[in-house]
Design a protein around this ligand. Structure first.
Ligand SMILES: C[S@@+](CC[C@H](N)C(=O)[O-])C[C@H]1O[C@@H](n2cnc3c(N)ncnc32)[C@H](O)[C@@H]1O
Length: 284
C-alpha cells in the first residue's frame, strides 16, 4: 500500500472547493502555472498529500508557505504533477511502436519525435534504446519536455535509484529488446547511471501543455499518462496543440488508461491501434 492510500482528508482538515480555487488562482498569479482544468478530485487528493507531507494545517497556511519558500513550490509542483514513470512502461506499447510505427517512419530524414511529458526521463531512455536497436537512432531528433524542470534535470542526469531497476529490467525483457538493459547503464553505489550517449539526439525543454503553444512539427508525439489528470475540456485543448504539432499522418500515443475518443478534436485523428492507444493525424 503506498502513502497515498493512507491519506484521509480528515487528517488534514477538509479542503473545500473554495480553498482549491483560491490556491489555483494564487499559483496562476504568482507562478504562471494554470491548474484550473486539472481534474479536481485528483488535484484535491494531491493537495491533501502536500499538506500532510509538510505538516501544513490548511490551504491558507500552504499559500503563506509558498510565498516565503520557493523550494516549497518545487516540492508542491512535484506532488501535484505526479511524476511516476518506468522504463518501457506497458511493454506491449513499446513493442507495437517498434514493430508497426517506427517502420513507417524509418524513411523520414529526420524522424522528429516529441515526448511531451517525459518526467524523469525513463521514457526517453526507452525511446532511445528502441530507436538504436531498430537502427534508426542517428536519424532521430527527439524533443523531451515536461512542465517540471526538476524532473528534466533528473532525466538529463540519467541517474536512478537501484530499487527501480527490477521493474525496468522486467519491462525491458517483456519489450523483448535485443540486448540486456545492463548494456545501457553502469551501477554506482545505490544508483545506476544510463549511458549518456543515448541522449546525443535529444534536446530537453521545459514546456507546459496548458500554457504552451505549437513550437515545431513532429512525426510522432508521446504524451502518456498525463491527459488522465486533465478535464475533458483541457484534454481537447491539448489535442488541438498536438494536431497542430504533427505532420499529416503523424502519430500520437497516449497512456494505456487514456483515450482521445471523447474529445471533439478526435475527429482529426484515426485510430491506428486501439489497444495501445496510438492515433494518426488525418486532418488539420
Ligand atoms: C505520470 S508522469 C508520466 C511520465 C511518462 N510519460 C510515462 O508515461 O511514464 C506525468 C508527467 O506529466 C507532467 N505534467 C503534468 N502536467 C503537465 C503539464 N501541464 N505540461 C507538461 N507536463 C505536465 C508531470 O510533471 C509528470 O512528469
Amino acid at each position: 500500500m503506498n502513502n497515498e492510500t493512507h491519506l484521509s482528508f480528515t487528517s488534514v482538515g477538509d479542503i473545500s472547493l473554495t480553498d482549491l480555487k483560491k490556491l489555483v488562482t494564487f499559483i496562476k498569479n504568482n507562478f504562471n502555472f494554470d491548474f484550473s482544468q486539472y481534474a479536481m478530485s485528483s488535484f484535491k487528493r494531491r493537495v491533501a498529500r502536500v499538506l500532510q507531507l509538510y505538516s501544513i494545517s490548511n490551504v491558507d497556511e500552504l499559500i503563506s508557505g509558498l510565498v516565503n519558500r520557493r523550494e516549497l513550490f518545487d516540492e508542491f509542483l512535484k506532488e501535484i504533477t505526479v511524476n511516476h514513470t518506468e522504463m518501457f512502461r506497458a511493454p506491449s506499447f513499446w513493442r507495437k511502436l517498434r514493430d508497426q510505427v517506427i517502420p513507417l517512419l524509418a524513411c523520414n530524414q529526420p524522424i522528429r519525435i516529441w515526448s511531451a511529458a517525459c518526467s524523469s526521463g525513463e521514457e526517453i531512455y526507452s525511446l532511445a534504446i528502441l530507436l538504436q536497436e531498430a537502427g534508426v537512432y542517428e536519424k532521430a531528433r527527439i524533443v523531451a519536455s515536461d512542465i517540471n524542470d526538476r524532473v528534466i534535470a533528473k532525466a538529463k542526469s540519467g541517474t536512478y535509484w537501484i530499487r527501480s531497476l527490477e521493474v525496468n529490467e522486467k519491462n525491458y525483457q517483456r519489450f523483448e529488446g535485443k540486448m540486456k538493459l545492463s548494456d545501457y547503464y553502469v551501477t554506482s553505489g545505490d544508483n545506476y547511471i544510463m549511458n549518456k550517449d543515448l541522449l546525443r539526439n535529444v534536446s530537453f525543454k521545459q514546456f507546459d501543455l496548458v500554457m504552451g503553444s505549437e513550437f515545431s512539427k513532429f512525426d510522432l508525439i508521446l504524451c502518456r499518462n498525463v491527459l488522465i489528470y486533465f478535464t475533458p475540456e483541457l484534454q481537447n485543448q491539448v489535442l488541438r496543440l498536438f494536431n497542430n504539432s504533427l505532420f499529416m499522418k503523424g502519430f500520437l500515443a497516449v497512456g494505456e488508461k487514456e483515450t482521445i475518443a471523447f474529445c471533439k478534436n478526435a475527429e482529426k485523428f484515426e485510430t491506428f491501434c486501439a489497444e495501445e492507444r496510438i492515433y494518426r493525424k488525418i486532418s488539420e
